[in-house]
Design a protein around this ligand. Structure first.
Ligand code: AMP
Ligand code: MG
Length: 341
């Protein structure tokens, strides 16, 4: 009798685990890495695979519509249009542009959707030379800065179109589009009946449901000075998003000085506030992505004030205190994560 029960239990376990489909696909999109992991108890392996491939297609579509590295993207067309000339946009591009303008306002211009000319000038844009050999002059910085200001972007919801009201103004969605692509990929997965998945594009991550083991998805936040398996902290995500910006990638050195790809629109120069990593937790990855970029500019004091004023948003901000040392602090709702700076 006892033996029968054990056999029965083993059979149940096989039956249970046998019907879990698990798909994991990694690749490249938007000039960075993308990974989707999904599990399902109701979809077949083929159905789950199809859903994941469609989610990847959705992320590629975002790149096609919004990248300034593609001449045929809607944003490149907008940037080529004459001052005051309206350009019709897809629902996706319009949505991201409006979100980007809203975060620009919310951060007082620390995140600025028109930072493009400065990004190009400092060597991080589509129009930049492959290698930067000297820093731009103050005159060049001032000239590029003159074209920066999110208030130059005009949007028309009724006709779903946008315009720039002055020559030289350029839209750059580099600080928000990856997060939006993550949101879109999650929406595709949900639409296909996927309930448990993790989507990650270049450090911007969203999770729904749980892992195959029934646990929250574990996300390690990279330590600015140490390689994995050391992390600044580890976050368990169930239904939520996490976006991280850091000074440790997309950076170059000139005459012993490091130049970050995050530009302070006020000075017109790469940030010099020693902030090295910002992680934002929220419900929407586009918002988290843009805020992470903006908080890199705002710094711990001003940045945390903004975060604490935004319901559903938490952050971890780290800054360099010496050549090999950092400090970090978390917003109230993120203090349960143990930081190891
Ligand atoms: P992320 O990696 O999400 O922090 O985004 C960095 C990208 O956002 C850069 O490569 C630029 O294209 C763009 N960017 C840099 N500085 C800013 C800024 N202050 N506001 C908005 N976008 C920015
Ligand atoms: Mg960002």
């Amino acid at each position: 009798m006892r033996r029968l029960r054990i056999v029965g239990l083993a059979f149940c376990l096989i039956a249970l685990t046998g019907c879990i489909a698990h798909v994991e696909i990694a690749g490249e999109v938007m000039g960075t890495t993308m990974k989707i992991e999904a599990v399902s108890r109701s979809l077949s392996k083929d159905e789950l695979n199809r859903a994941v491939l469609d989610a990847i297609e959705a992320a590629k579509k975002v790149d096609g519509l919004m990248s300034t590295w593609r001449d045929d993207s809607e944003i490149s067309k907008l940037n080529r249009a004459g001052p005051g000339e309206w350009v019709a946009l897809s629902p996706e591009t319009y949505e991201v542009l409006v979100k980007a303008v809203n975060v620009s306002k919310k951060t007082g211009g620390a995140f600025d959707v028109t930072v493009g000319p400065l990004v190009d000038l400092w060597g991080f844009g589509a129009k930049s030379p492959a290698v930067v050999t000297k820093a731009p002059t103050d005159e060049q910085v001032e000239a590029a800065k003159a074209a920066v200001g999110y208030e130059h972007i005009l949007v028309d919801a009724n006709n779903r179109r946008a315009a720039r009201d002055a020559a030289g103004v350029e839209v750059d969605l580099g600080g928000i589009a990856k997060g939006y692509a993550v949101d879109l990929a999650i929406a595709v997965l949900k639409d296909r009946g996927v309930k448990d998945a993790l989507v990650e594009i270049g450090g911007e991550t969203a999770a729904i449901g749980l892992t195959e083991k029934g646990e929250p998805w574990l996300i390690g936040i990279r330590h600015p000075n140490r390689p994995p398996p050391r992390f600044l902290t580890t976050v368990g995500l169930e239904n939520g998003v996490i976006a991280t910006s850091g000074d440790y990638f997309n950076v170059y050195e000139l005459k012993g000085r490091l130049y970050s790809h995050i530009i302070d629109p006020t000075t017109g120069k790469p940030i010099t506030n020693n902030v090295c990593s910002v992680t934002v937790l929220a419900k929407e990855c586009a918002l988290a992505d843009a805020l992470a970029t903006g908080l890199m500019v705002m710094g711990p004091e001003e940045g945390m004030k903004l975060v604490e004023s935004m319901p559903g948003v938490e952050a971890i901000i780290a800054w360099r205190t010496g050549k090999d040392t950092i400090e970090a602090k978390a917003s109230r709702g993120a203090r349960r994560y143990r930081l190891s700076p």
